[in-house]
Ligand binder design. Structure first.
Ligand SMILES: [Fe+2]
Length: 250
C-alpha cells in the first residue's frame, strides 16, 4: 500500500517532533502494510519562501536518513507537500511542490469558508499540467454542506483525498465519506499521520470499517489509485454522481 499524505519529517511542521517520533510513525505505517509513502509537510506561502521550504524539507529528510534507526524501516520514500491554498500560489513554480516525479499536487483548503479565486486557481493548475488532489475534503464544512461542490471539483479534473482517521474517529465524517465514495467522488485514502498519539496512522482500522460498507472492487480501486499516483500514472475517473443529501455539522 501507499500512503500519499503524512507528516513524518522530524521538526519540519506540526508533525513528528523528533527523529525518534518519525521512526515510530514509520514503524506504525509499516505494520499497517504500507510499502511506500510520500512525506507531505505543510507549505504556507505566507510563512516562508518556496526555496526555504524546499531546503528545510531536504535537510529534514537527510537527518532522518542518516539516523541508524532508519535501517530498520523498509519503506520507500518520496517527497511532496501539503500546500495551503492562496491566490499567490500562481506565481510559484508549483511543480516543485508536486509529489516527486509526478504532476500531482496535494492541496489543502480553509476549513470554514470557500476561498475566493479557488476555481480559477484549480483551472490554472491544470493548464500547467498539474492535477490537484484536494486533501481531507471531509474537513471542509462548506463542501460537506454542499457536496455538489465536490462533484464540480471532480468534474473539473481534481482528485479527492480523505483521511483514514476521519473514518475511524467521527461518525459524521464517516457518513459523509461513505456518501462521497458511493458517488465515486473519493480517489485516495491516506493517513495524514502527524504523531504516534492523537493523529497516528489509522489505516488498518479505517479499512476494517470500510470493508463492511464498501465493495471489494471499490477498496481495490482506492488502493490502486494511490499506487498509480505515487508512480505518476493517470487515474481512471469513474462515473461520478451528485450525492443526494448532505449531513450538516462536523
Ligand atoms: Fe496533512
Amino acid at each position: 500500500m501507499v500512503d500519499l499524505h503524512c507528516h513524518i519529517l522530524p521538526n519540519m511542521d506540526d508533525g513528528a517532533k523528533s527523529i525518534d517520533e518519525s521512526i515510530q510513525i514509520l514503524k506504525m505505517q509499516e505494520e499497517q502494510n504500507f510499502e511506500r509513502i510520500v512525506a507531505t509537510p505543510h507549505f504556507y506561502i505566507q510563512k516562508e519562501s518556496l526555496d526555504r521550504f524546499l531546503k528545510r524539507r531536504t535537510d529534514c529528510l537527510d537527518k532522518l536518513c542518516k539516523d541508524s534507526q532508519i535501517l530498520d524501516i523498509m519503506l520507500f520514500f518520496k517527497l511532496g507537500a501539503e500546500v495551503f491554498y492562496s491566490e499567490d500560489l500562481v506565481n510559484l513554480d508549483l511543480k516543485k511542490l508536486c509529489i516527486e516525479k509526478t504532476n500531482y499536487l496535494l492541496l489543502e483548503l480553509p476549513t470554514d469558508y470557500k476561498p475566493l479565486g479557488l476555481e480559477e486557481f484549480l483551472y490554472e493548475l491544470q493548464i500547467k499540467g498539474i492535477t490537484p488532489i484536494i486533501a481531507h475534503v471531509e474537513r471542509y464544512r462548506y463542501a460537506m454542506q454542499n457536496m455538489d461542490l465536490v462533484y464540480d471539483w471532480v468534474s473539473n479534473g481534481c482528485l479527492i483525498q480523505v483521511n483514514a482517521g476521519s473514518i475511524v474517529n467521527s461518525k459524521t465524517m464517516r457518513k459523509n465519506i461513505l456518501k462521497l465514495i458511493n458517488s465515486n467522488l473519493v480517489h485516495v485514502i491516506a493517513t495524514d499521520a502527524h504523531n504516534t498519539d492523537r493523529r497516528k496512522p489509522l489505516m488498518d482500522e479505517a479499512m476494517k470499517i470500510l470493508k463492511k460498507k464498501v465493495s471489494i472492487a471499490k477498496m481495490a480501486e482506492l488502493r490502486k489509485n494511490s499506487v498509480d499516483i505515487f508512480d505518476g500514472k493517470s487515474i481512471d475517473i469513474k462515473d461520478i454522481k451528485k450525492p443526494k443529501k448532505s449531513i450538516l455539522g462536523l
